[in-house]
Design a protein around this ligand. Structure first.
Ligand SMILES: NC(=O)c1ccc[n+]([C@@H]2O[C@H](COP(=O)([O-])OP(=O)(O)OC[C@H]3O[C@@H](n4cnc5c(N)ncnc54)[C@H](O)[C@@H]3O)[C@@H](O)[C@H]2O)c1
Length: 249
């Protein structure tokens, strides 16, 4: 495994996912810069990392991190509104809103400014990675790295490879995901549908839950109660949708 101190990471977007991802990579030892276009989002992201429900202060209180480890992680993590600083790294993890045109623009800009060796990973929930990679002149260095919310807690690392993603790109990202304490699983890109494995299966369940409610069989709360009691899920389908949007705060 490569020494994390030698891999500079940036996370684009300091929202629900980006701030949590940046926290995780910093704790894992990667010098990390978190970028956002919105000053309020940057301030909120910093607060989430420091004192949020899944932030480092709570991790120290729960005995998951020592005070020294938390301080070292915070020293490794900076927040910026300068795109050039976010591009000048070895691995970028993009976590801007789920809009394909926005992601394509961000990847085009990154491709222009980032060093030629820089890996560009997207935390898209389901857009084809090949559509994002096509915006760049480095498709072999573009990969999906799908995290789950809350990023500091959930083990998901759905690594999405296109037909041209380089083996070395996959090796670097799976190594990083493992160092971040996640369980990397490499899957193939989707050609036309939205979602890879986790979200396709999850949204099939959500659609069925909505049909049950529309048919008057049960209320949303009843569906949630039944599914948590039946399968020991931490939340029912409707609770999961609410939690994902709010970062479970
Ligand atoms: N919320 C979840 O549970 C979840 C889980 C897995 C993946 N995702 C994916 O992660 C991505 C981000 O989702 P989120 O829930 O964190 O969204 P969010 O709205 O909480 O955060 C997005 C952030 O991106 C910032 N932003 C907008 N345009 C930008 C730009 N051009 N450059 C940099 N930052 C910009 C916004 O100011 C905002 O702070 C989406 O693709 C989403 O589908 C979300």
């Amino acid at each position: 495994m490569t020494d994390p101190a030698s891999i500079r990471v940036s996370v684009l977007g300091a929202g629900v996912m980006g701030s949590g991802i940046a926290q995780v990579t910093a704790i894992a030892g990667y010098p990390t810069v978190c970028y956002d276009i919105d000053a309020a989002a940057l301030a909120a992201g910093r607060e989430h990392v420091q004192t949020g429900r899944f932030g480092v202060a709570g991790a120290v209180e729960r005995g998951k991190l020592t005070r020294e480890e938390a301080d070292a992680a915070l020293a490794r993590l900076t927040f910026t509104d300068t795109f050039e600083a976010a591009a000048a790294v070895d691995v970028v993890i993009e976590a801007v809103p789920e809009k394909l045109d926005l992601k394509i623009k961000v990847f085009r800009d990154l491709d222009r400014l980032a060093p030629a060796h820089t890996i560009l990973a997207s935390n898209t929930s389901g857009f084809p990675i090949q559509a994002i990679a096509a915006a760049t002149d480095r498709p072999g260095l573009v990969v999906g790295w799908h995290w789950a919310s809350p990023a500091p807690v959930m083990k998901l690392a759905e690594i999405v490879r296109t037909s041209v993603t380089a083996d070395a790109t996959i090796a670097t990202i799976t190594d990083m995901a493992t160092r971040c304490g996640k369980h990397p699983v490499v899957v193939n890109d989707t050609a036309s549908s939205w979602g890879f494995v986790a979200n396709r299966v999850y949204f099939a369940m959500i659609r069925e839950a909505q049909r049950v409610v529309e048919e008057g069989i049960a209320t949303r709360d009843q569906v949630d109660q039944l599914m948590t009691d039946c399968f020991r899920w931490p939340a029912g389908p409707f609770g999961m949708v609410r939690g994902a949007g709010s970062g479970w705060s």
